[in-house]
Design a protein around this ligand. Structure first.
Ligand code: NAP
Length: 254
């Protein structure tokens, strides 16, 4: 057990949306949660969102610390994990959730929008997994859960960068699962469908209605629908599951 006798859970992009719901799903007296966030736009607003995640987690009987860390920066990620290890001495769960979209049709897509999405979604997942895996390998235990997307399997016009990043995460999940299995570490991905967060709030009502029309369960998903599956995959109940992509999409992909 960690120095403070708590389970150490690290969640990227925990300040809002699905990441915040994941923090809340792990909240409990025996768990120390660390999450990060990072958008260069409006630091004060992002800090306020991170504070809210901390407050909500405390209200749910847990403890969460949010730090501004860009998952793209190997240096910032290394410092983030150093601090965590300094405080708890271990990493029990890593959830790679941070992600962005920069949508556009292929022929009009700027190289910088391709790079930004691949960097944050895919390289960020690599950066955090690589560091957490070293500690988990020494522990001979750990759960890694990557947040992919239904479109990483189905494809989606207007999102070639995002789809490529999520398909990359799916392949990455399977390869890392095979590399780490003998060390007692499971690696799985959750592929959400259409979940109500800031990421989807900007979609036109017509687009949202069309998407909901394709969902057999007849409703959009809530961040909590994703978070509960992540918590399950990080539990002993899921100990015999690795390398899998679990769709949480109301049946959008069957
Ligand atoms: P969101 O509400 O936009 O939240 C994204 C989170 O990622 C925020 O906490 C954000 O921090 C953080 N982030 C962005 N860039 C970062 C960086 N460079 N370094 C560290 N953190 C960064 O998104 P969401 O809808 O909750 O999505 C969460 C994950 O689910 C993403 O991977 C997304 O692709 C995936 N997903 C979402 C849906 C959906 O329908 N919503 C569907 C499928 C998959 P700031 O607050 O500082 O910006």
């Amino acid at each position: 057990m960690p120095a403070n006798n708590k389970r150490t859970v690290v969640i990227t992009g925990g300040s809002r949306g699905i990441g915040r719901a994941i923090c809340l799903a792990f909240a409990g007296p025996d768990t120390q949660i660390y999450f990060n966030y990072f958008s260069p736009g409006d630091p004060a607003a992002e800090e306020a969102e991170a504070d809210r995640t901390e407050t909500l987690t405390a209200g749910a009987g847990g403890a969460a610390k949010g730090v501004s860390v860009n998952v793209v920066s190997e240096k910032e990620v290394a410092a983030f994990f150093d601090t965590i290890l300094g405080e708890t001495g271990r990493i029990d769960v890593l959830v790679n959730n941070a992600g962005i979209t920069r949508d556009g049709l292929l022929v009009r897509m700027k190289g910088e929008d391709w790079d930004a999405v691949l960097d944050i979604n895919l390289k960020g997942t690599f950066n955090c997994t690589k560091i957490a895996a070293r500690t988990m390998m020494k522990q001979r235990s750990g759960y890694i859960i990557n947040i992919a997307s239904i479109v990483g399997v189905t494809g989606n016009p207007g999102q070639v960068n995002y789809v490529a990043s999520k398909a990359g995460i799916i392949g990455f999940t399977k390869a890392v699962a095979k590399e780490l299995a003998t060390r007692g570490i499971t690696v799985n991905a959750v592929a959400p469908g259409f979940i109500e967060t800031d990421m989807t709030a900007l979609l036109a009502d017509k687009v949202k209605a069309a998407m909901i029309g394709q969902i057999p369960l007849g409703r959009s998903g809530k961040p909590e629908d994703v978070a509960s599956v992540v918590a399950f995959l990080a539990s002993a109940k899921a100990a015999y599951i690795t390398g899998q992509i679990i769709h949480v999409s109301g049946g959008m992909y069957i």
